[in-house]
Design a protein around this ligand. Structure first.
Ligand code: SAH
Length: 215
């Protein structure tokens, strides 16, 4: 099957599960997932499952990317921060909708791989940074939208401070080695309001940058 036929099958599967946000589906359609998975998994790029990437991390399941993107309610004038670039797939999809996407990754190898994929696909409105995303990206703050694609027990406070009033943040929250809950957080004048969504499973959000590149 060629990638577009495989994509159509995946899209049908997601639609039958209730994903109907046309803007999100169009962003996913124009973003070839096989460009973000290691070559040995390329044949499986359009299965609705997470797949291993370098450094012991994972590229999220397409339906989880769809939910998170949908819940984030991204608009074309938005500046978005993603913590946990991983393969770069989620950032690439956000870049089809938002004005600008900043994405931060602690593993240098993943950061370099994602940057290369963005260049190949000519996604020029993404800025990839190698660093500790638990600190957010102060020099670019505030952000209209923030997505964290690694699990923490609580929303990281420094990142939360970088969200505008009226802004939305989506993240998995819970015991990091277990199942987590997807949370939608809306920042108001009175502080954050939380809404609990699906159960998900993400790799943990880890403080700091690995000392050795192979870590
Ligand atoms: N959004 C990714 C999914 C990546 S998995 C994708 O579309 O492929 C989560 C990623 O978060 C991993 O690559 C992990 O290394 C990264 N991560 C974990 N803690 C981090 C931190 N403190 N700062 C930046 N990245 C972090």
């Amino acid at each position: 099957m060629n990638p577009s036929a495989e994509w159509l099958k995946l899209q049908q599967e997601m639609r039958s599960q209730g994903f109907t946000d046309e803007q999100v589906l169009a962003a996913m359609e124009s973003t070839p997932r096989h460009c973000f998975v290691p070559s040995r998994f390329r044949e499986r790029a359009y299965e609705n499952r997470p797949l291993p990437i370098a450094c012991g991390q994972t590229i999220s399941q397409p339906s989880v990317v769809a939910i998170m993107t949908q819940v984030l309610e991204v608009e074309s004038h938005h500046k978005v921060l993603e913590v946990g670039t991983g393969s770069g797939y989620q950032a690439a999809i956000l870049s089809r909708i938002a004005r600008r996407v900043y994405t931060i990754e602690r593993h240098q190898k993943l950061y370099l791989g994602a940057r290369e994929a963005f260049r190949t696909l000519r996604l020029s409105n993404i800025t990839a940074v190698h660093g500790d995303g638990t600190l957010g990206m102060k020099e670019q703050a505030p952000f209209d939208r923030i997505i964290v694609t690694a699990a923490a027990e609580d929303p990281p406070a420094t990142v939360l401070e970088q969200l505008v009033v009226g802004g939305v943040m989506v993240l998995p929250v819970g015991q990091t080695d277990d199942i987590q809950r997807l949370i939608k957080l809306v920042m108001t004048d009175d502080g954050p309001h939380y809404e609990e969504l699906n159960f998900v499973r993400f790799v943990p959000l880890v403080d700091g940058i690995p000392v050795s590149p192979s870590e």
